[in-house]
Design a protein around this ligand. Sequence first.
Ligand SMILES: [Cu+2]
Length: 174
Amino acid sequence: MSIFFFFAALAALWAVGLTILGLRHPSFPGGEGGARIIATVSFVLAGAGVATAVITGQEEEMAKQAEARAEEPEAAPSPAGRPLRVQVDPTGQLRFEQQELVTTAGPTTIELTNSAPIAHNIGIVGQGVDVVSKTVGRGGRTSLSAPLRPGRYTFYCSVLGHRQGGMEGALIVR
Ligand SMILES: [Cu+2]
Protein backbone atom coordinates (compact mmCIF):
# COMPACT_ATOMS: atom_id res chain seq x y z
CA MET A 1 0.00 0.00 0.00
CA SER A 2 2.71 2.52 1.03
CA ILE A 3 4.78 1.73 -2.09
CA PHE A 4 1.79 2.45 -4.28
CA PHE A 5 1.22 5.80 -2.58
CA PHE A 6 4.92 6.61 -2.90
CA PHE A 7 4.80 6.13 -6.69
CA ALA A 8 1.47 7.93 -6.98
CA ALA A 9 2.89 10.91 -5.05
CA LEU A 10 6.06 10.87 -7.17
CA ALA A 11 3.99 10.82 -10.39
CA ALA A 12 1.82 13.67 -9.12
CA LEU A 13 4.88 15.77 -8.16
CA TRP A 14 6.39 15.06 -11.58
CA ALA A 15 3.21 16.21 -13.33
CA VAL A 16 3.00 19.40 -11.24
CA GLY A 17 6.70 20.11 -11.87
CA LEU A 18 6.26 19.68 -15.63
CA THR A 19 3.27 22.04 -15.66
CA ILE A 20 5.15 24.76 -13.74
CA LEU A 21 8.22 24.43 -15.97
CA GLY A 22 6.01 24.50 -19.06
CA LEU A 23 4.27 27.68 -17.88
CA ARG A 24 7.48 29.52 -16.93
CA HIS A 25 9.54 28.59 -19.95
CA PRO A 26 7.72 28.80 -23.27
CA SER A 27 10.62 26.96 -24.94
CA PHE A 28 10.22 24.00 -22.53
CA PRO A 29 11.09 21.11 -22.82
CA GLY A 30 14.04 22.50 -24.82
CA GLY A 31 14.72 20.31 -27.77
CA GLU A 32 14.19 16.72 -28.71
CA GLY A 33 16.60 15.31 -26.04
CA GLY A 34 14.73 17.02 -23.22
CA ALA A 35 11.36 15.85 -24.50
CA ARG A 36 12.66 12.27 -24.73
CA ILE A 37 13.95 12.31 -21.12
CA ILE A 38 10.66 13.73 -19.85
CA ALA A 39 8.67 11.16 -21.82
CA THR A 40 10.87 8.31 -20.48
CA VAL A 41 10.59 9.44 -16.83
CA SER A 42 6.82 9.89 -17.18
CA PHE A 43 6.51 6.43 -18.72
CA VAL A 44 8.62 4.77 -15.98
CA LEU A 45 6.68 6.53 -13.21
CA ALA A 46 3.33 5.55 -14.72
CA GLY A 47 4.53 1.97 -15.21
CA ALA A 48 5.84 1.69 -11.64
CA GLY A 49 2.59 3.14 -10.31
CA VAL A 50 0.46 0.66 -12.26
CA ALA A 51 2.71 -2.29 -11.32
CA THR A 52 2.62 -1.49 -7.60
CA ALA A 53 -1.14 -0.91 -7.77
CA VAL A 54 -1.60 -4.33 -9.38
CA ILE A 55 0.72 -6.06 -6.87
CA THR A 56 -0.91 -4.27 -3.92
CA GLY A 57 -4.34 -5.26 -5.25
CA GLN A 58 -3.29 -8.90 -5.61
CA GLU A 59 -1.85 -8.97 -2.09
CA GLU A 60 -5.02 -7.47 -0.67
CA GLU A 61 -7.15 -9.96 -2.60
CA MET A 62 -5.04 -12.87 -1.29
CA ALA A 63 -5.26 -11.54 2.27
CA LYS A 64 -9.04 -11.22 1.90
CA GLN A 65 -9.32 -14.78 0.57
CA ALA A 66 -7.17 -16.14 3.43
CA GLU A 67 -9.40 -14.29 5.90
CA ALA A 68 -12.53 -15.73 4.28
CA ARG A 69 -11.08 -19.23 4.48
CA ALA A 70 -10.24 -18.77 8.17
CA GLU A 71 -13.81 -17.67 8.91
CA GLU A 72 -15.46 -20.45 6.90
CA PRO A 73 -17.06 -23.04 9.14
CA GLU A 74 -16.01 -26.63 8.41
CA ALA A 75 -19.66 -27.60 8.16
CA ALA A 76 -22.70 -25.44 7.47
CA PRO A 77 -24.61 -24.71 10.67
CA SER A 78 -27.98 -26.37 10.94
CA PRO A 79 -30.72 -23.73 11.06
CA ALA A 80 -32.15 -23.23 14.57
CA GLY A 81 -34.85 -25.77 15.40
CA ARG A 82 -33.89 -28.26 12.67
CA PRO A 83 -32.65 -31.59 13.99
CA LEU A 84 -29.03 -32.54 13.39
CA ARG A 85 -28.83 -35.93 11.71
CA VAL A 86 -26.15 -38.48 12.52
CA GLN A 87 -25.59 -41.85 10.88
CA VAL A 88 -23.48 -44.74 12.09
CA ASP A 89 -20.92 -46.30 9.79
CA PRO A 90 -22.96 -49.12 8.21
CA THR A 91 -19.98 -51.47 7.82
CA GLY A 92 -19.75 -52.06 11.55
CA GLN A 93 -16.77 -49.81 12.25
CA LEU A 94 -17.01 -47.88 15.50
CA ARG A 95 -17.51 -44.48 13.97
CA PHE A 96 -20.16 -41.96 13.06
CA GLU A 97 -20.43 -40.80 9.46
CA GLN A 98 -20.19 -37.22 10.76
CA GLN A 99 -17.09 -36.06 12.60
CA GLU A 100 -18.36 -32.55 13.22
CA LEU A 101 -21.77 -30.98 13.73
CA VAL A 102 -22.39 -27.25 13.75
CA THR A 103 -25.57 -25.59 14.93
CA THR A 104 -26.90 -22.42 16.48
CA ALA A 105 -27.68 -21.95 20.18
CA GLY A 106 -31.07 -22.96 21.50
CA PRO A 107 -33.08 -26.16 21.86
CA THR A 108 -31.13 -28.76 19.90
CA THR A 109 -32.19 -32.19 18.69
CA ILE A 110 -29.87 -34.85 17.33
CA GLU A 111 -31.40 -37.77 15.45
CA LEU A 112 -29.41 -40.97 15.18
CA THR A 113 -30.01 -43.55 12.48
CA ASN A 114 -28.29 -46.85 13.16
CA SER A 115 -27.72 -48.92 10.05
CA ALA A 116 -24.86 -50.85 11.65
CA PRO A 117 -25.14 -54.49 12.74
CA ILE A 118 -24.57 -53.62 16.41
CA ALA A 119 -26.51 -51.42 18.86
CA HIS A 120 -25.57 -47.80 19.35
CA ASN A 121 -26.82 -44.60 20.92
CA ILE A 122 -25.91 -40.94 20.89
CA GLY A 123 -24.98 -38.65 23.74
CA ILE A 124 -23.81 -35.09 24.21
CA VAL A 125 -21.33 -34.03 26.84
CA GLY A 126 -19.76 -30.64 27.57
CA GLN A 127 -20.56 -27.20 29.08
CA GLY A 128 -22.35 -28.91 31.98
CA VAL A 129 -24.59 -30.91 29.60
CA ASP A 130 -24.55 -34.72 29.82
CA VAL A 131 -27.39 -36.51 28.03
CA VAL A 132 -27.67 -39.86 26.26
CA SER A 133 -30.39 -41.25 24.00
CA LYS A 134 -31.91 -44.73 24.05
CA THR A 135 -29.74 -47.48 22.57
CA VAL A 136 -31.06 -48.82 19.28
CA GLY A 137 -30.18 -51.87 17.20
CA ARG A 138 -29.81 -52.23 13.45
CA GLY A 139 -32.27 -50.09 11.50
CA GLY A 140 -33.26 -48.26 14.66
CA ARG A 141 -33.69 -44.56 15.14
CA THR A 142 -33.45 -42.48 18.25
CA SER A 143 -32.98 -38.87 19.19
CA LEU A 144 -32.10 -36.62 22.06
CA SER A 145 -32.87 -33.00 22.77
CA ALA A 146 -31.12 -30.46 24.98
CA PRO A 147 -30.99 -26.68 25.24
CA LEU A 148 -27.45 -25.74 24.20
CA ARG A 149 -25.53 -22.56 24.81
CA PRO A 150 -22.75 -21.50 22.42
CA GLY A 151 -19.63 -23.58 22.92
CA ARG A 152 -17.86 -26.78 22.07
CA TYR A 153 -19.42 -30.13 22.95
CA THR A 154 -18.67 -33.75 22.19
CA PHE A 155 -21.21 -36.15 20.74
CA TYR A 156 -20.51 -39.82 21.29
CA CYS A 157 -21.91 -43.31 21.69
CA SER A 158 -22.09 -44.40 25.33
CA VAL A 159 -22.20 -48.16 24.63
CA LEU A 160 -19.24 -49.67 26.51
CA GLY A 161 -16.01 -49.20 24.58
CA HIS A 162 -17.56 -47.44 21.58
CA ARG A 163 -16.40 -43.91 22.38
CA GLN A 164 -12.90 -45.23 23.05
CA GLY A 165 -13.15 -47.11 19.76
CA GLY A 166 -13.75 -43.87 17.84
CA MET A 167 -17.47 -43.15 18.12
CA GLU A 168 -17.22 -39.50 18.92
CA GLY A 169 -17.20 -36.13 17.19
CA ALA A 170 -17.29 -32.40 17.83
CA LEU A 171 -20.55 -30.48 18.26
CA ILE A 172 -20.04 -26.76 17.81
CA VAL A 173 -22.82 -24.43 18.93
CA ARG A 174 -22.63 -20.84 17.72
CU1 LIG B 1 -21.96 -47.37 19.63
